[in-house]
Design a protein around this ligand. Structure first.
Ligand SMILES: Cc1cc2nc3c(=O)[nH]c(=O)nc-3n(C[C@H](O)[C@H](O)[C@H](O)COP(=O)(O)OP(=O)(O)OC[C@H]3O[C@@H](n4cnc5c(N)ncnc54)[C@H](O)[C@@H]3O)c2cc1C
Ligand SMILES: NC(=O)c1ccc[n+]([C@@H]2O[C@H](COP(=O)([O-])OP(=O)(O)OC[C@H]3O[C@@H](n4cnc5c(N)ncnc54)[C@H](O)[C@@H]3O)[C@@H](O)[C@H]2O)c1
Length: 458
């Protein structure tokens, strides 16, 4: 049995831990799938590489109000797809080859699971040899996987998930998207903007229901103008029809499509690691960690989607940096103390959010105020011809106006607009400090943020 100083399970965010500072340590890295994990191969990076051309296509379709005679003539899907995966696959291969070539690092291209607290065994089913290894330190960076909803008939029809839909041979003519969350929204935007007739089926009354209600409502209205949105609808059955599928909804209607995309969430991989053979605690499906990313077994660490509920790459990356520091400096452990976690949905309009929603402040009985700033009320919004209510930033602040509790933006470049507010919340800056303590470039879209903050302080 080979002994290692360090074993890392998963090459998503876990892959960034081992750098030149680990020279001299014996390291084992385990990966059962593509090197680089979800974000690189099937997540953030390829999706946004599809979102960008989709955004351009959408602008070409919708520039009439600016006095422009632009139009959209269609997508050369194979070229778009190959641009994305030409880059992504090369990085995947490069990452794998680089790791395999490193002195002191052994790469196991197989599923691995725990035999006991510090012993791992590779699977015999997917290229592994059933080999057992021990390690003083183990990092669990096993991420999450697609959760496919239990839809009657699904086992008998071809369907796609976010893992496969980006590699389609051709742009489908008609697509049904099941789900109302991040993945469903982003792919509905991509495919409908590129020319597919999209029908999105959402069991709730709005899309993106985890967002602030104003944002969720405005996005649902915007989506309904771009593709066919079926709300309060469940998928009661799917069946093959010709080369495609027919989806039956709870109201009895049928929707035919060439491609069915199931986007009904992701589940952490904690249940596939043999953790029941260890003292590592799992609660609500995720590995329990403390503020130093330590699990309940000494020398075993966890990070990313397998151990947090955010399921966001910037969170996994930060946690990987914490683990990396703590492995290198066991006598000077670093805690994860970052402020609120922001996120963005890369749709049209784009959405970005951080901190409390208005309904959270109400539920928690917090004395608070809400300030809403339309894009259309600043000069750059005039340039964009932004209409009332179409794009906005909403701030939730303490009743005394001293503290930003949450910020929610819907509109062009919402993710960029939100960043100064994430900074203010993380560094404890008051609305007045942020609004009055710096110049705001005129006439930029950043004046949406400035004006919202002035709405708090004035
Ligand atoms: C379609 C899509 C779009 C997304 N877009 C964004 C976005 O725009 N912004 C954002 O912040 N986040 C986004 N995310 C989420 C983001 O991709 C994840 O939060 C992030 O990749 C998680 O990183 P991780 O290191 O925890 O896990 P992963 O990157 O999933 O890495 C885990 C790795 O471990 C391997 N593994 C698991 N179990 C084992 C085992 N037992 N043995 C061997 N190997 C194992 C897996 O094969 C995988 O490669 C998106 C996700 C999806 C699906
Ligand atoms: N831009 C980003 O940051 C980004 C993009 C994509 C994914 N992600 C991450 O990936 C995670 C997973 O995204 P997701 O969209 O798959 O999950 P999600 O949790 O955001 O949405 C899941 C959707 O599926 C629906 N659903 C669940 N079970 C269902 C069922 N049985 N029948 C019908 N509908 C059902 C839910 O109501 C919800 O609308 C997100 O939480 C997010 O953190 C992030």
């Amino acid at each position: 049995m080979t002994h290692y100083d360090l074993a890392v399970i998963g090459t998503g965010s876990g892959n960034s831990i081992v750098d030149e500072r680990f020279a001299g340590r014996r390291v084992a890295i385990f990966e059962e799938n593509r090197f680089g994990g979800t974000c690189l191969n099937v997540g953030c990076i390829p999706t946004k590489m599809f979102v960008y051309p989709a955004d351009v296509a959408r602008s070409a379709r919708e520039s009439d109000h600016l006095g422009l005679d632009t139009s959209y003539a269609g997508a050369r899907w194979p070229e778009i797809r190959d641009r994305v995966f030409g880059r992504v696959d090369a990085i995947e291969r490069g990452g794998r080859d680089y790791r395999k070539g490193l002195d002191g690092v052994d790469v196991f291209e197989s599923h691995v699971s725990f035999v006991d607290d510090h012993t791992l065994v590779t699977s015999t089913e997917d290229g592994g040899t059933g080999e057992q290894v021990t390690a003083d330190q183990v990092v669990i960076a096993a991420g999450s996987r697609v959760l496919v909803a239990d839809i009657p008939g699904l086992e008998d029809v071809p369907f796609h998930t976010s893992d496969t839909v980006m590699r389609l041979e051709e742009l489908p003519r008609r697509m049904v998207v099941v789900g109302g969350g991040y993945v469903a929204a982003e792919f509905a935007h991509v495919f409908s903007s590129l020319g597919t007739h999209v029908t999105q089926v959402q069991r709730g009354p709005r899309l993106l229901m985890a967002h602030d209600q104003d944002v969720s409502r405005a996005f649902t209205e915007a989506a309904t103008r771009q593709w066919d949105v079926r709300l309060d609808a469940t998928t009661t059955g799917v069946a093959r029809r010709g080369d495609g599928v027919v989806v039956t909804l709870s109201d009895g209607t049928e929707v035919a499509a060439d491609v069915l995309l199931v986007a009904t969430g992701r589940v952490p991989n904690a249940d596939r690691l043999g953790l029941e053979h260890t003292g590592i605690e799992v609660r609500d499906g995720i590995v329990v960690v403390d503020e130093h990313q330590r699990t309940t077994v000494e020398g075993v660490w966890a990070l990313g989607d397998v151990s947090n509920t955010h399921q966001l790459k910037h969170v996994a990356n930060h946690e990987a940096r914490i683990v990396q520091h703590n492995l290198l400096h066991p006598d000077d452990l670093r805690a994860n103390t970052l402020g609120p976690v922001p996120s963005a949905v890369f749709t049209h309009p784009q959405i970005a959010s951080v901190g409390l929603r208005e309904e959270d402040a109400v539920d928690q009985g917090l004395a608070h105020r809400v300030v809403r700033q339309d894009y259309g009320d600043v000069a750059y919004g005039w340039a964009m011809d932004s209409q009332p209510g179409e794009a906005f930033l909403k701030l939730v602040v303490s009743a005394d106006g001293q503290t930003i509790l949450g910020a929610h933006a819907l509109g062009a470049q919402a993710s960029i607009l939100l960043q100064p507010l994430v900074q203010a919340m993380s560094l404890g800056l008051s609305p007045e400090q942020v609004a009055r303590g710096q110049y705001w470039i005129h006439p930029s879209l950043a004046e949406v943020v400035e004006n919202a903050l002035l709405g708090v302080v004035s």
